[in-house]
Design a protein around this ligand. Structure first.
Ligand SMILES: Nc1ncnc2c1ncn2[C@@H]1O[C@H](COP(=O)(O)OP(=O)(O)OP(=O)(O)O)[C@@H](O)[C@H]1O
Ligand SMILES: [Mg+2]
Length: 504
């Protein structure tokens, strides 16, 4: 009997393959970054072919580090950066354009045109999302409208679309040689095209966008055998049996299976997901309604989501664009060189503001600068921005649910930063809890795949794998917390209303 499950985590900055054992422990990891392509202000692209090459390479790394072969692997799970749109030719496997990444804002004009009739909430009652550049739908339309010949080839049935879960799955299962073109309900819920109740594509919305239904993957549950890996590959004949978008996967990996449970993941962006069980809850406070997971034929679990576009990527920006630090962890030393933020607040509205504001006219702002301020204060303000944004999202979750969260489970790369976690607890006023395995995104995908093939027998078994590593209790004086929050909110107002006709 195979002793392991492998998860492929196709993320925004890198692709990883992680082998897990039955207790949910990491056995080995392969990881490779891919190029972030910024052709113009506001445009963000990835090379989908590079992503697929890296995926194969990291699978090889993970297997060889632990001296494993395909015979040791019970199933493959896939998790992915959501919303990032790939359009490719199903006959050749060639993408017709770079993948347009979720952070990309080039489609604002398409959003405005679609919103002219009915406003940004035009499709919200069906899909749970406002019209925004963030979701896959306008990105597909942009490719069809702007890549020469694309619309004709799509209408002829030659071009197909997927988020990177579909792209990786199609390639793993054979590509032009019989690859399966599917996605799971969680990824489908990020396109703007899926009806949350029926879990099927909505033809009237597709018509409004001008996207042919033939391009879209078949919607499947998050946990079932979709196909097997093609015989040309290392994992040949291993079942591909689970897919969850990265944030939903992290929720699953945190064992937040039930209504009222939540987690917050601190990666490139920061995403708080609140499980609402089998109920579809419509947010009144700027959250998205999304699918949490669906296991085979079992009922669908829904969630509310607070999406923050920029969190860890602000630290990468300090590293790559300002050269203030040599590596992300160095931000900790720099931030510790000062007592406090020195009055500086950074609102990282690089792609506008996501939850709870949804303001596409916002752009990044650094406010409170004086002659006193040094780079330590900037580093500190960059870290604090993530904690303040999380507080605003948590307030929205509490307002929508009516039952305030009493603690927050966290994961993702930034939770290695203990000073940030303490500040997060201080600003939230509730304890922050880090589990032993912080690679919850990959773990959730492994769980979904392992459940489908009987490697794990049920959610109870997965819950008992979860273990606490560390917890931070709020320590900050409440008056001081409220003062800082007031300043943060004032800073947010300074980032708004920046984009206009001649400023994009
Ligand atoms: N010590 C640290 N302090 C603050 N931020 C950090 C620290 N270490 C890493 N980061 C940030 O964490 C992020 C990496 O987290 P993680 O590995 O979860 O992201 P990711 O999974 O690669 O993101 P994605 O899935 O979007 O590709 C980076 O943006 C990095 O800047
Ligand atoms: Mg990730």
């Amino acid at each position: 009997m195979p002793q392991y499950v492998i998860a492929i985590d196709q993320g925004t900055t890198s692709s990883r393959a992680i082998v897990f054992d039955h207790d949910g422990n990491i056995v080995s990891t392969g990881q490779k970054e891919h190029e972030q392509i910024f052709p113009k202000a506001g445009w963000v692209e990835h090379n989908a072919t590079e992503i697929w090459d890296n995926t194969r390479e990291v699978i090889g790394q993970a297997l060889s580090k632990a001296n494993l072969t395909r015979h040791d692997i019970a199933a493959v799970g896939i998790t992915n950066q959501r919303e990032t749109a790939v359009v490719w030719d199903k006959n050749t496997g060639e993408p017709v354009y770079n993948a347009i990444v979720w952070q990309d804002t080039r489609t604002q004009d398409i959003v405005d045109q679609l919103a002219a009739d009915g406003g940004v909430d035009r499709f919200k009652s069906t899909v749970g999302l406002p019209l925004a550049t963030y979701f896959s739908g306008t990105k597909i339309k942009w490719i069809l409208d702007n890549v020469e010949g694309a619309r004709e080839r799509a209408e002829a049935g030659d071009l197909i679309f997927g988020n990177t879960d579909s792209w990786v799955t199609w390639n793993l299962t054979g590509g032009p040689d019989g690859g399966v073109h599917i996605t799971d309900v969680t990824n489908a819920s990020r396109t703007m095209f899926m009806d949350l109740e029926t879990l099927s594509w909505d033809q009237s919305i597709l018509d409004a966008f001008g996207v042919p239904a033939s391009m879209l993957p078949t919607i499947k549950s998050s946990s079932e055998v979709y196909g097997t890996v093609h015989t040309s590959q290392l994992l040949r004949e291993v079942p591909v049996a689970g897919i969850l978008g990265d944030q939903q996967a992290a929720t699953f990996g945190q064992a937040a299976f039930n209504s009222g449970e939540a987690k917050n993941t601190y990666g490139t962006g920061c995403f708080l997901i609140f499980n609402t069980g089998e109920e579809i809850v419509r947010s009144k406070n700027g959250l998205l309604t999304t699918v949490g997971y669906k296991l085979g034929d079992a009922p669908t679990h829904y969630a509310l989501e607070g999406s923050i576009a920029v969190a860890g990527s602000l630290i990468q920006w300090l590293r790559d664009n300002l050269n203030m630090i040599g590596s992300a962890p160095e931000v900790e030393t720099l931030a510790a060189s000062v007592e406090d933020n020195g009055g500086v607040y950074i609102v990282p509205a690089f792609s506008g503001l996501f939850a709870p504001y949804w303001r596409s006219d916002a752009r990044g702002a650094i406010v409170g600068l004086t002659r006193f301020v040094n780079k330590g204060h900037i580093a500190r303000a960059a870290l604090e921005a993530t904690a303040f944004q999380t507080r605003e999202v948590l307030d929205a979750v509490n307002a929508d649910s009516g039952v305030p969260l009493t603690e927050l489970k966290v994961d993702g790369g930034m939770v290695a930063n203990e000073a940030l976690m303490q500040f997060q607890a201080d600003i939230l006023g509730v304890p922050v809890i880090r589990p032993k395995v912080t690679e919850t995104t990959a773990l959730g995908a492994a769980y979904a795949a392992g459940l489908a093939v009987g490697f794990w027998n049920g959610l109870g078994e997965l819950s008992s794998n979860w273990a606490e590593d560390k917890r931070w209790e709020p320590q900050l004086d409440v008056a001081e917390r409220d003062r800082q929050l007031r300043l943060w909110k004032k800073a947010v107002t300074k980032s708004m209303d920046w984009v206009d006709e001649d400023v994009k």
